[in-house]
Ligand binder design. Structure first.
Ligand code: HEM
Length: 408
């Protein structure tokens, strides 16, 4: 038995802000250990990277989620009382509410909505389009339509501009963080009001959609969800759907930086899904996930102490040379015949969907990205004007400005 290698010093939160996606890799590299101990927000924090470590992290006998995420994340990106902070039976029951939406029919509908919304957006454009900004609007419409949240046409911009701060500013400090909190409060109270109306049958909505389903969902004790929690869970669908804009933006950056790969798709030599998977592996988005040690245990001779906050590095695992050949190269062909496990390719978390905390929206994300890429390859005539899109590895999530120019 040995102690986990420990970084000295009072607190390393400032370094986390400064080093961003490299924070954990910098430390596992420095100590030559895949598990290291540091201090974040005043608390001892274990950082881990790798496939075996992911398997450990997702073992619910060893880790729990209650009160694992910092309050600042709950007030911005996550919301309070949502599925992310639940454990055991309660988590399974709530997660089933999400997974019941992820049917084959739903994926087909998402594909259809994605085509329709891009088409109506692009048809109005004759000049330049800033991809990230366009994608946020398109995805807001997809999210509102698919979830069945009642909205008026003139409200789309309001939704779009309040949804994006939830994920764009969650990791920021100062005024941006405050804006993120305000946006959450505004959207939660708007949704709570709508939930109340549907419960009192004052408005009619499509009963097959998430908005109605979540509004009427009963928890394990057979009671309707607290209306605030129902609003938080609806935002757990709508917010990440709009956040797919980050990946759409990177899809175009990948296209701009590696046009030969898109040519290969056009020639039938490369599958568009392989390109999309490489976008999700290569580019940085969700940096790490957080849990706490359930009880004292020893793993690989390291001692894990009960309740210690633990980070699993998603970015680092997706760039781990033990898993990936030339991890820092953009090579979509690596996914040709790729046989992964639930623990090695983890841009949206690892483990199982139903019993664990793996992202409920991973299939939807892949469907929207693939449909968007194919739509632009097959149906839009555009070029990339001269530009040098840049991003920093401590901007979470990065949003390089990528512009396309319509032709014809
Ligand atoms: C959980 C990433 C899109 C719904 C997560 C987690 C990550 C993640 C890292 C946490 C995994 C963990 O705690 O172990 C992403 C990324 C997305 C995305 C990068 C791309 C934009 C979506 C979409 C939806 C969604 C489109 C819904 C339509 C959820 C839900 C959870 C979750 C409900 C909580 C699952 C649980 O705690 O059991 N996501 N996600 N996500 N995601 Fe996503």
């Amino acid at each position: 038995q040995r102690k986990i290698p420990k970084e000295t010093g009072w607190d390393h939160s400032i370094e986390l802000l400064r080093e961003g996606y490299y924070f954990i890799l910098n430390r596992t590299g420095k100590f030559d250990s895949r598990v290291v101990l540091t201090r974040i927000l005043g608390a001892k924090t274990i950082c881990m990277v790798g496939k075996k470590e992911a398997e450990l992290f997702y073992d619910t006998d060893k880790f729990y989620r209650e009160e694992a995420a910092p309050t600042s994340a709950q007030k911005t990106i996550l919301g309070q009382g949502g599925v992310q902070g639940l454990d055991g039976e309660e988590h399974r029951h709530r997660k089933a509410m999400f997974m019941s939406l992820m049917t084959k029919e739903a994926l087909n509908e998402i594909q259809q909505l994605t085509k329709e919304e891009w088409q109506s957006y692009i048809n109005k454009e004759t000049d330049e389009v800033e991809i990230y900004e366009a994608a946020k609007v398109v995805l807001t419409r997809i999210a509102l339509r698919w979830t069945g949240v009642p909205y008026k046409e003139e409200e789309v911009q309001y939704w779009a501009s309040n949804l994006s701060p939830l994920f764009e500013y969650a990791s920021k400090i100062g005024p941006k963080n405050i804006k993120s909190r305000w946006s959450r409060q505004k959207l939660e109270s708007k949704l709570e009001d709508l939930i109340q109306k549907v419960r009192k049958e004052r408005i009619n909505v499509d009963r097959s959609r998430a908005f109605y389903q979540f509004s009427m969902h009963k928890d394990l004790n057979g009671e309707l969800l607290d209306q605030h929690i129902a609003a938080v869970e609806l935002l757990n669908l709508i917010r990440p759907l709009v956040a797919i804009a980050v990946y759409i933006n990177f899809t175009f950056l990948g296209w701009f930086e590696h046009p030969e790969q898109v040519k290969a798709i056009k020639n039938g030599e490369l599958n568009s899904e392989q390109f999309i998977q490489e976008v999700r592996r290569y580019y940085p988005f969700f940096p790490f996930v957080v849990a706490r040690v359930r009880k004292d245990f020893t793993w690989n001779n390291y001692i894990f102490k009960k309740d210690t906050v633990t980070f699993l590095d998603l970015y680092g695992t997706n760039h781990d040379p033990e898993i990936w050949d030339e991890p820092d190269e953009f090579k979509p062909t690596r996914f040709n015949g790729w046989e992964g496990t639930p623990f090695d390719f983890i841009p949206q978390g690892g483990g199982e969907f139903d019993i664990g905390h793996r992202c409920a929206g991973e299939w939807i994300t892949i469907k929207i990205l693939k449909t968007t890429l194919e739509y632009f390859i097959n149906e839009v005539t555009f070029e990339f004007p001269d530009q040098e899109p840049e991003y920093q590895m401590n901007d979470i999530p990065p949003k390089p400005k990528v512009i396309i120019k319509m032709k014809g």
